[in-house]
Design a protein around this ligand. Structure first.
Ligand SMILES: [Mn+2]
Length: 369
């Protein structure tokens, strides 16, 4: 990991990442058994704006700079209204990973995640030629298959967004990007860096302004304020009535949710409440067969990752960095009683770790209304 950390400040690939990538793709094409000349671009499940923007950045780079056709495929559905709007408003073509013909691709590129990450599928029958990411590799020593050799691996922990890394390749290429690519990259950078307020490096700053100048501003506004489905309001209503405050901690366990991204969205929403410095939100997703958890903190030195580990108490898988952590508990049956039993133990552990001893606080917490 030290070498990856170093690459945040040093220029990777001997200062010629674009040429290195071009060679990796050309070599992959020569060695391929597939007759196809098309590349497959993949990211994690439930792609966020940075993942979507980085996919579009790779697609433009391959197509317009290298002359290699490339298609983006996502596994699972995109639910969050803002992310759906990004794809729809920009007219991005995303294939469903479950329905693609693997023989149609000579190689794959993975963005905003890495092989072995929990929410990521990498096909075994398509060679992985390149990875672009900015996440820490989880500590999974002794688990799973040995790390595979990836011809072009650009992982920079010091960069705020994967879209920023792709911006740098496009800048180096000298090829002017179109408004669609600029808008997609911009939305990714602003999302992952919270408008440059979080984890933003000088390169993120450059990329933010450069892509904004070329972006379609009207479309950015539509993407930020997308139409919301009716079910959103009924779930919001139940989240508001289920949330309980325990001093600086807000817990909201939602039972069944229509889609897992709603859990993370509510965690962000409750963290904005004055006096709330820790937020734990959970919900069971029938589609994913799991109970999904989000933990947020806005304490300057708050570290969400080890807390999620304690709240899960070896019940599931988790990941995160800094102030954000997410967890998943696999469930065989999403019946009411099993959901309730998971929620009881999560509430108990969260309160034991983060709860307060204030005398005037009811043990079941204070409702928000
Ligand atoms: Mn990202």
């Amino acid at each position: 990991m030290n070498s990856e950390k170093a690459s945040a400040s040093e220029k990777p690939f001997g200062g010629k990442p674009l040429e290195h990538l071009r060679e990796a793709i050309e070599a992959g094409r020569r060695q391929a058994t597939s007759d196809s000349d098309c590349l497959l671009i993949l990211t994690h499940r439930g792609p966020d704006p940075d993942a979507i923007g980085a996919c579009e950045g790779v697609r433009f780079l391959c197509d317009q700079v290298f002359g290699v056709p490339a298609k983006v495929a996502t596994a699972g559905e995109i639910h969050r209204a803002e992310n759906l709007a990004l794809v729809r408003v920009l007219g991005l073509e995303f294939l469903n990973y479950d329905h693609i013909d693997h023989k149609g691709y000579f190689g794959a590129v993975l963005v905003d995640t890495q092989p072995g990450f929990g929410h990521t599928i990498v096909p075994e029958d398509i060679p992985l030629l390149a990875v672009f990411d900015h996440h820490v590799v989880p500590n999974t020593e002794g688990e799973g298959a040995p790390a595979q050799v990836i011809p072009h691996k650009d992982v920079r922990l010091g960069i705020g967004a994967t879209a920023t890394i792709l911006y740098e390749y496009l800048r180096e290429s000298g090829k002017p990007m179109d408004a669609t690519t600029a808008t997609a990259l911009f939305c990714g950078i602003r999302y992952d860096t919270a408008d440059l307020s979080r984890n933003a490096s000088p390169l993120d700053e450059e990329a933010f302004y450069a892509t904004f100048r070329l972006a379609d501003r009207e479309k950015i506004t539509t993407i930020n304020n997308p139409p919301l489905p009716r079910v959103y309001y009924s779930e919001l209503h139940s989240a508001l009535s289920l949330a309980k405050q325990h001093g600086a901690l807000v817990i909201c366990l939602l039972g069944k949710v229509s889609h897992p991204e709603f859990v993370a969205e509510m965690a962000d929403f409750f963290l904005r409440m004055k006096g709330a410095s820790w937020v734990v939100v959970g919900g069971a997703s029938e589609k994913e067969g799991s109970y999904v958890l989000s933990l947020r903190t806005d304490y300057a030195f708050g570290n969400a990752y080890p807390l999620m580990e304690r709240i899960l108490d070896s019940d599931g898988s988790f990941g995160g960095h800094g102030h954000i952590a997410g967890g998943r508990i696999a469930m065989d049956d999403i019946g009411e009683s099993s959901v309730a039993s998971i929620e009881r133990s999560i509430r108990k552990r969260a309160l034991a770790i983060l709860g307060t001893n204030e005398d005037d606080l009811p043990p079941e917490g204070r409702p928000l209304s």
